[in-house]
Design a protein around this ligand. Structure first.
Ligand code: XIL
Length: 315
């Protein structure tokens, strides 16, 4: 059987993949992506980001996001929304404007409100705020934090809830798979948001991991978030290696995928896993991490790697 089938049998909502719109013109690629037995959820890996959706203040472009949504619905797949408030791939005007707190709040409300409302009732979950902490657990000094302090979490989450009461609202970040200073920071933030009755439904652990270096506290970490009363999703899983690829590294990668799947499987509220594209052909890794690559379960020729069978045995 295939990956989404296994995830469902394990009681999860989906096993999914990210996709960047230009890859959809690759028909063999699109065919595998569209197989709901493999992927029960899609995430647009770029086209719902601020720089694309609202490149100019008040001018919204949903072309890319609409394309992914339509494809997912045609295929019987869920769609995740990525992302409302993020310091990166941000439209330059947001920083260049040197806005007052009052004005920036309005800008967030307009941005998040408009995009979440556009997909009202159609998006399973939104990464409302992305990458808001540093690895040491301090707040990232983004334009949002510098102008608004930590109030922008509440502002963004509340406007998203209003715009679509049925979508799940997530905070999302990397290096929070295991127990560490950064996941502690999220734990404390979510506890605080819950205490203040701010809407928050889930924590997304991106899962950009390295072969041979998967944290051994994933299950423990996920369980503590579940105990706080939020869902957990792995939202951007890939496990990269130093190139060149060797059979040994592919074997280790297989084990590493299995380890991650097992940790999610063991925690009831870990509700789904998304890989950050499914094939090495379109992975972001080689262009972002020098000398690294081969992070995904399908190789550049769309052939399944040992990692694929690691996922199968993990489920
Ligand atoms: C990446 C995309 O995959 C690339 O195509 C783009 O050039 C940069 O962003 N964390 C995130 C994702 O939340 O949005 C990022 O996606 C990868 C890291």
């Amino acid at each position: 059987a295939q990956l989404n089938i296994f995830a469902k049998l394990a009681g999860k909502k989906y096993f999914g993949s990210a996709v960047d719109n230009p890859a959809l013109s690759d028909l063999p690629y699109k065919k595998i992506l569209s197989d709901v037995k493999e992927f029960g959820s899609l995430t647009a890996s770029n086209t719902l980001k601020w720089e694309t959706v609202e490149a100019q203040r008040g001018v919204f472009n949903f072309t890319g996001g609409d394309e992914i949504l339509a494809l997912g619905r045609r295929n019987g797949q869920l769609v995740r929304g990525h992302t409302c408030v993020w310091h990166s791939q941000l439209a330059p005007w947001v920083e260049a404007g040197n806005f007052s707190a009052k004005e920036l709040n309005k800008i967030i409300e307009s941005h998040c409100g408009t995009i979440v409302r556009h997909y009202r009732g159609k998006i399973y979950a939104w990464d409302v705020v992305n990458e808001a902490f540093e690895d040491d657990g301090t707040f990232r000094q983004s334009v949002f934090y510098k102008t608004l302090g930590d109030s922008f979490f509440e502002t963004s989450l509340r406007v998203a809830r209003k715009a679509d009461p049925s979508t799940k609202l997530y905070l999302n970040d990397y290096n929070i798979e295991g127990v560490n200073a950064k996941s502690d920071a999220y734990y404390n933030l979510i506890k605080d948001l819950k205490r203040k009755r701010v809407p928050i439904d889930g924590i997304g652990a991106q899962g950009h991991l390295i072969v041979g270096r998967v944290p051994n506290t994933i299950q423990e970490n996920f369980q503590r978030f579940a105990d706080l009363g939020v869902d957990i999703a792995i939202t951007e899983l890939d496990i990269r290696m130093e190139l060149p690829v060797t059979p040994e590294k592919l074997e280790q990668q297989k084990k590493d995928y299995e380890t991650v799947i097992k940790a999610c499987k063991a925690v009831k509220r870990c509700i789904g896993i998304t890989i950050w594209d499914y094939t090495d052909k379109y992975s972001w890794v080689p262009s972002w991490f020098e000398g690294e690559g081969a992070a995904l379960p399908w190789d550049e020729n769309l052939k399944k790697k040992p990692a694929y069978y690691g996922i199968v045995s993990g489920w």
